[in-house]
Design a binder for this molecule. Structure first.
Ligand SMILES: [Zn+2]
Length: 203
Protein backbone atom coordinates (compact mmCIF):
# COMPACT_ATOMS: atom_id res chain seq x y z
CA UNK A 1 0.00 0.00 0.00
CA UNK A 2 2.66 2.50 1.07
CA UNK A 3 5.05 1.55 -1.66
CA UNK A 4 2.40 1.90 -4.36
CA UNK A 5 1.38 5.29 -2.97
CA UNK A 6 5.00 6.38 -2.93
CA UNK A 7 5.35 5.20 -6.48
CA UNK A 8 2.27 7.17 -7.48
CA UNK A 9 3.69 10.33 -5.94
CA UNK A 10 6.99 9.76 -7.67
CA UNK A 11 5.21 9.37 -10.99
CA UNK A 12 3.20 12.51 -10.39
CA UNK A 13 6.35 14.44 -9.48
CA UNK A 14 8.14 13.12 -12.55
CA UNK A 15 5.18 14.11 -14.75
CA UNK A 16 5.12 17.66 -13.43
CA UNK A 17 8.86 18.07 -13.95
CA UNK A 18 8.48 16.79 -17.49
CA UNK A 19 5.58 19.15 -18.12
CA UNK A 20 7.59 22.18 -16.96
CA UNK A 21 10.75 21.14 -18.75
CA UNK A 22 8.94 21.23 -22.07
CA UNK A 23 7.15 24.50 -21.47
CA UNK A 24 8.23 27.27 -23.75
CA UNK A 25 7.88 31.03 -23.54
CA UNK A 26 4.79 32.14 -25.43
CA UNK A 27 6.55 35.35 -26.45
CA UNK A 28 9.83 34.17 -27.91
CA UNK A 29 9.69 30.36 -27.97
CA UNK A 30 12.63 29.89 -25.59
CA UNK A 31 12.52 26.94 -23.25
CA UNK A 32 11.61 28.15 -19.77
CA UNK A 33 14.24 27.88 -17.04
CA UNK A 34 13.82 27.11 -13.38
CA UNK A 35 14.46 29.91 -10.96
CA UNK A 36 17.44 29.14 -8.72
CA UNK A 37 16.74 31.91 -6.28
CA UNK A 38 17.49 30.55 -2.79
CA UNK A 39 14.51 32.20 -1.09
CA UNK A 40 11.88 31.04 -3.57
CA UNK A 41 10.14 28.18 -1.82
CA UNK A 42 8.05 27.18 -4.80
CA UNK A 43 9.67 26.48 -8.11
CA UNK A 44 9.35 29.39 -10.46
CA UNK A 45 9.81 29.24 -14.18
CA UNK A 46 11.01 32.13 -16.23
CA UNK A 47 12.11 32.89 -19.76
CA UNK A 48 15.94 32.95 -19.77
CA UNK A 49 16.19 34.90 -23.04
CA UNK A 50 17.33 38.47 -22.20
CA UNK A 51 16.11 39.60 -25.64
CA UNK A 52 12.57 38.33 -25.01
CA UNK A 53 10.37 41.34 -25.97
CA UNK A 54 8.41 41.70 -22.68
CA UNK A 55 11.67 41.55 -20.74
CA UNK A 56 13.30 44.18 -22.92
CA UNK A 57 10.25 46.41 -22.48
CA UNK A 58 10.24 45.90 -18.71
CA UNK A 59 13.94 46.83 -18.44
CA UNK A 60 13.64 49.91 -20.63
CA UNK A 61 10.55 51.16 -18.75
CA UNK A 62 12.37 50.58 -15.44
CA UNK A 63 15.25 52.72 -16.67
CA UNK A 64 13.02 55.57 -17.91
CA UNK A 65 11.18 55.61 -14.57
CA UNK A 66 14.24 55.39 -12.33
CA UNK A 67 16.21 58.04 -14.22
CA UNK A 68 13.11 60.24 -14.57
CA UNK A 69 12.91 61.25 -18.20
CA UNK A 70 10.12 63.87 -18.44
CA UNK A 71 7.35 63.07 -20.93
CA UNK A 72 8.71 59.57 -21.50
CA UNK A 73 5.80 57.42 -20.34
CA UNK A 74 5.23 53.69 -20.78
CA UNK A 75 3.38 54.06 -24.12
CA UNK A 76 6.22 56.10 -25.60
CA UNK A 77 8.78 53.60 -24.33
CA UNK A 78 6.70 50.76 -25.83
CA UNK A 79 6.89 52.44 -29.24
CA UNK A 80 10.64 52.97 -28.91
CA UNK A 81 11.11 49.28 -28.09
CA UNK A 82 8.71 48.03 -30.78
CA UNK A 83 10.54 50.03 -33.44
CA UNK A 84 13.88 48.72 -32.28
CA UNK A 85 15.11 52.23 -31.44
CA UNK A 86 15.81 51.46 -27.77
CA UNK A 87 16.66 47.99 -26.48
CA UNK A 88 18.48 48.96 -23.31
CA UNK A 89 19.31 51.96 -21.12
CA UNK A 90 22.37 53.02 -23.12
CA UNK A 91 20.43 53.28 -26.38
CA UNK A 92 18.39 56.22 -25.05
CA UNK A 93 21.54 58.32 -25.42
CA UNK A 94 21.81 57.59 -29.14
CA UNK A 95 18.23 58.63 -29.95
CA UNK A 96 17.81 61.41 -32.48
CA UNK A 97 15.23 64.15 -32.06
CA UNK A 98 13.77 63.18 -35.46
CA UNK A 99 13.26 59.59 -34.23
CA UNK A 100 11.25 60.88 -31.27
CA UNK A 101 9.22 63.14 -33.57
CA UNK A 102 8.29 60.12 -35.69
CA UNK A 103 6.49 58.44 -32.78
CA UNK A 104 2.73 58.39 -32.49
CA UNK A 105 1.37 61.01 -30.10
CA UNK A 106 4.74 62.73 -29.94
CA UNK A 107 4.57 66.16 -31.54
CA UNK A 108 7.59 68.44 -31.93
CA UNK A 109 7.10 70.01 -28.49
CA UNK A 110 6.84 66.70 -26.66
CA UNK A 111 9.71 65.19 -28.66
CA UNK A 112 11.87 68.15 -27.63
CA UNK A 113 10.87 67.74 -23.95
CA UNK A 114 11.74 64.04 -23.99
CA UNK A 115 14.99 64.61 -25.90
CA UNK A 116 16.08 67.38 -23.52
CA UNK A 117 15.09 65.12 -20.62
CA UNK A 118 17.28 62.33 -21.96
CA UNK A 119 20.26 64.67 -22.28
CA UNK A 120 19.86 66.04 -18.75
CA UNK A 121 19.31 62.52 -17.33
CA UNK A 122 23.06 62.01 -17.79
CA UNK A 123 23.51 64.15 -14.68
CA UNK A 124 21.13 62.25 -12.38
CA UNK A 125 22.40 60.88 -9.06
CA UNK A 126 24.23 57.56 -9.36
CA UNK A 127 21.73 55.78 -7.08
CA UNK A 128 19.02 56.41 -9.70
CA UNK A 129 21.29 54.89 -12.33
CA UNK A 130 21.87 51.88 -10.09
CA UNK A 131 18.16 51.48 -9.35
CA UNK A 132 17.39 51.76 -13.06
CA UNK A 133 19.67 48.91 -14.09
CA UNK A 134 17.03 46.36 -13.11
CA UNK A 135 19.27 44.33 -10.80
CA UNK A 136 17.01 41.93 -8.88
CA UNK A 137 16.57 43.07 -5.24
CA UNK A 138 18.18 46.45 -5.89
CA UNK A 139 15.49 49.10 -5.77
CA UNK A 140 15.79 52.78 -4.82
CA UNK A 141 16.42 52.11 -1.10
CA UNK A 142 19.19 49.56 -1.65
CA UNK A 143 20.71 51.74 -4.38
CA UNK A 144 20.85 54.76 -2.05
CA UNK A 145 22.46 52.69 0.69
CA UNK A 146 25.05 51.20 -1.64
CA UNK A 147 26.00 54.57 -3.12
CA UNK A 148 26.75 55.96 0.35
CA UNK A 149 29.67 53.55 0.64
CA UNK A 150 31.40 53.88 -2.72
CA UNK A 151 32.87 56.75 -4.74
CA UNK A 152 31.65 55.41 -8.06
CA UNK A 153 29.39 52.66 -9.39
CA UNK A 154 32.36 50.92 -11.09
CA UNK A 155 34.05 50.85 -7.63
CA UNK A 156 30.94 49.26 -6.18
CA UNK A 157 30.78 46.66 -8.94
CA UNK A 158 34.46 45.86 -8.40
CA UNK A 159 33.69 44.79 -4.82
CA UNK A 160 33.01 41.12 -4.26
CA UNK A 161 29.95 39.74 -2.50
CA UNK A 162 31.57 39.65 0.93
CA UNK A 163 32.92 43.19 0.62
CA UNK A 164 29.50 44.47 -0.46
CA UNK A 165 27.85 42.88 2.56
CA UNK A 166 30.43 43.99 5.11
CA UNK A 167 30.94 47.49 3.80
CA UNK A 168 27.34 48.50 3.11
CA UNK A 169 25.17 46.28 5.29
CA UNK A 170 23.09 44.93 2.40
CA UNK A 171 21.86 41.37 2.83
CA UNK A 172 23.72 38.35 1.47
CA UNK A 173 20.98 37.86 -1.12
CA UNK A 174 21.25 41.45 -2.31
CA UNK A 175 25.05 41.28 -2.47
CA UNK A 176 24.87 38.04 -4.40
CA UNK A 177 22.33 39.47 -6.79
CA UNK A 178 24.68 42.39 -7.59
CA UNK A 179 27.67 40.07 -8.08
CA UNK A 180 25.64 37.74 -10.29
CA UNK A 181 24.32 40.62 -12.35
CA UNK A 182 27.74 42.15 -12.91
CA UNK A 183 29.14 38.70 -13.65
CA UNK A 184 27.22 38.75 -16.92
CA UNK A 185 29.40 40.25 -19.69
CA UNK A 186 26.33 41.88 -21.28
CA UNK A 187 25.67 43.80 -18.05
CA UNK A 188 29.32 44.80 -17.63
CA UNK A 189 29.24 46.15 -21.17
CA UNK A 190 26.04 48.06 -20.39
CA UNK A 191 27.73 49.86 -17.50
CA UNK A 192 30.68 50.75 -19.76
CA UNK A 193 28.35 51.96 -22.51
CA UNK A 194 26.47 54.17 -20.05
CA UNK A 195 29.77 55.58 -18.84
CA UNK A 196 30.80 56.26 -22.45
CA UNK A 197 27.47 57.96 -23.09
CA UNK A 198 28.34 60.40 -20.31
CA UNK A 199 25.89 59.08 -17.71
CA UNK A 200 26.96 60.01 -14.18
CA UNK A 201 28.40 57.07 -12.25
CA UNK A 202 29.91 59.17 -9.42
CA UNK A 203 28.17 58.41 -6.16
ZN1 LIG B 1 10.67 34.68 -23.84
Amino acid sequence: MFSSLAKLFQLKAAASVKLHATEICSECGSRLAQSNSPDVSETEWHCPNPDCPPQVLKRVIAWAEAIEIPGCDASLVAQLVQRGLVRDAAEFYRLKLSELESLEGCDAVRARTVWDGIQSSRKREAWRVLAGLGIPRVGANEARLLCQHFATLPDMFAANQMQLEQRTGVSALEARSISDWYGDPVNRRLVRRLQKAGVNLQC
